[in-house]
Structures are given as structure tokens and as C-alpha cells.
Design a protein. Structure first.
Length: 262
């Protein structure tokens, strides 16, 4: 077993005593750990750093991406929720396979364990981790941006008993706003994805506001602010094409539940 704590302490230099594929396989295994110090602090931190620095070959990244895509059906929550983080790192450096998208979409809209932080497992963050990947995929030209917008609104509208915390709604709001910066979106595209939210928010149940409605409103408020002010992607602030149309539609949807909004 590699001393990964030492690797981290020494600036994530690649150990020279073992082949890189073996090291990546070991780190991939540690990503399954229920111990957040191992999974998050060592395995994820090391892999994300190596990927960002270009230390892994395209073939190795594709193999790792295939493995992460398979993990969306894993029975352990921490395994499922760290898969999108690694895929996000991989896609962010320009390696993308269309076969990774459907497993992610199926998992993201169906995941029922929405805990942000668990005292034993540490950060799980299914919504936030998935949102990061969604926003990255939303910028990939080979991915239909409307597909990601519909996925995001479908995720947040999925019935749940859990009100999001730890700024997860903001993370999803940012991912949706990032997707809205795509120049190839048509006018109908930038507003149509919000129609399901308008219907849900306009038909409140008689027994009170459901958690998914609260989650949706918070997320869409974040989208509104970002569309209005500009969307930061890396070090650059991007404007949303059809900005006025998107703002008007967001206001219309939010106003169905809160008439005093705007």
C-alpha cells in the first residue's frame, strides 16, 4: 500500500516505485472507503490533482471514467456520490465519452439519499457533486444543453422529504446557469425547461409546501441572480444569451408560488 498521506504532504508527486496504472487503480479502490479522511482527503484529492495537472494519459482517463460511470449503481452512497466528482475532473480536461452521460442521468434524477454531510461518512453531497458534473457536461459541445437543463430541473423537482442544506441548491443553480451560457441555445430552449417548475409551483398541495418545492425555489433564485449578474466559470465571467428572456421566465415561474417576488 502506498503511503498516500506522504504523497499529499509532498505536493502530490507521483511515486516513482510503481507503474502509474497501478497507483490509479489503488486510488480508485480507496474512493470506495467509508472513511472520509481516506476517500476525500487522500484518494479524491490525489486523483483530482493528477488529472488537473495532466499526469494521466487519455487512455488511462477513459478507463477511469468508464469505472466511475459503472459506480452510479453501486449500493454504497459514498461510492455513488464520488463518481461524478472524478468524471467532472476528467471531462474538465477534455476527455469525454458519450457513454458516461446516460448512467449519470439515471442516477442523478433517481438518487434518494440526499444527505449533505454525515458524521461518519463525511461529505456525500449527491446533489452538489452531481451538479458539478452537470455544469461541466453542459459546456461540452457533444452534449445537448437542453438535456442538462431538463435533467437539472427534473432532479430538483423529484419528490423528497429532504430540504437541501450546505448550499447544494446554489451548486445546482450554478450548474444550470453555466449550461445557459451555451451560445447554441435557441430562445425556446432557454425558457421551455422551466415549464415543469411552473406547473409544480403553481399547484401547491393543501397540506403545505413540499421540500422539493422549497428546493426548487431556492435553486431557481440562484439561477436568476447568476443570469442577471453573469456566470463565473473559472476566472472568467460569462453572460447568458437571451438573458432578458431567461430572467422574465424565471420571475414568472417564481411568482406562481410567491406573488410578491419581483
Amino acid at each position: 500500500m502506498t503511503d498516500w498521506a506522504r504523497v499529499r504532504a509532498e505536493g502530490f508527486e507521483v511515486p516513482a516505485d510503481r507503474p502509474l496504472p497501478e497507483l490509479v487503480a489503488e486510488l480508485s479502490g480507496l474512493l470506495r472507503s467509508p472513511d472520509p479522511a481516506v476517500r476525500d482527503g487522500l484518494a479524491y484529492a490525489t486523483l483530482a490533482t493528477w488529472i488537473a495537472k495532466g499526469m494521466l494519459s487519455p487512455d488511462l482517463l477513459r478507463a477511469l471514467g468508464d469505472e466511475m460511470a459503472e459506480r452510479f449503481t453501486d449500493p454504497q452512497i459514498q461510492v455513488r456520490t464520488f463518481a461524478p466528482l472524478i468524471l467532472d475532473s476528467i471531462v474538465s480536461v477534455g476527455i469525454f465519452e458519450p457513454s458516461w452521460v446516460p448512467p449519470f442521468e439515471r442516477w442523478y434524477v433517481a438518487e434518494e439519499d440526499l444527505r449533505g454531510y454525515d458524521p461518519e461518512l463525511g461529505w456525500l453531497h449527491a446533489i452538489a457533486h452531481g451538479a458539478d458534473l452537470l455544469g461541466t457536461l453542459g459546456r461540452v459541445l457533444a452534449v445537448e444543453p437542453v438535456e442538462m437543463l431538463r435533467l437539472g430541473i427534473g432532479r430538483i423537482l423529484t419528490p423528497t422529504d429532504y430540504v437541501l442544506r450546505d448550499l447544494e441548491d446554489d451548486r445546482l443553480g450554478h450548474a444550470l446557469a453555466v449550461t445557459l451560457t451555451r451560445a447554441d441555445l435557441l430562445e425556446a430552449d432557454v425558457t421551455g425547461w422551466l415549464d415543469p417548475a411552473g406547473r409544480a409551483l403553481g399547484s401547491p398541495p393543501p397540506d403545505g409546501v413540499r421540500p422539493e418545492v422549497t428546493n426548487t425555489m431556492r435553486t431557481l433564485r440562484a439561477v436568476y441572480v447568476l443570469v442577471d449578474q453573469g456566470v463565473r466559470i473559472g476566472d472568467t465571467v460569462h453572460q447568458v444569451p437571451h438573458r432578458d428572456l431567461v430572467r422574465a421566465k424565471l420571475a414568472e415561474v417564481l411568482r406562481t408560488a410567491t406573488p410578491y417576488f419581483l
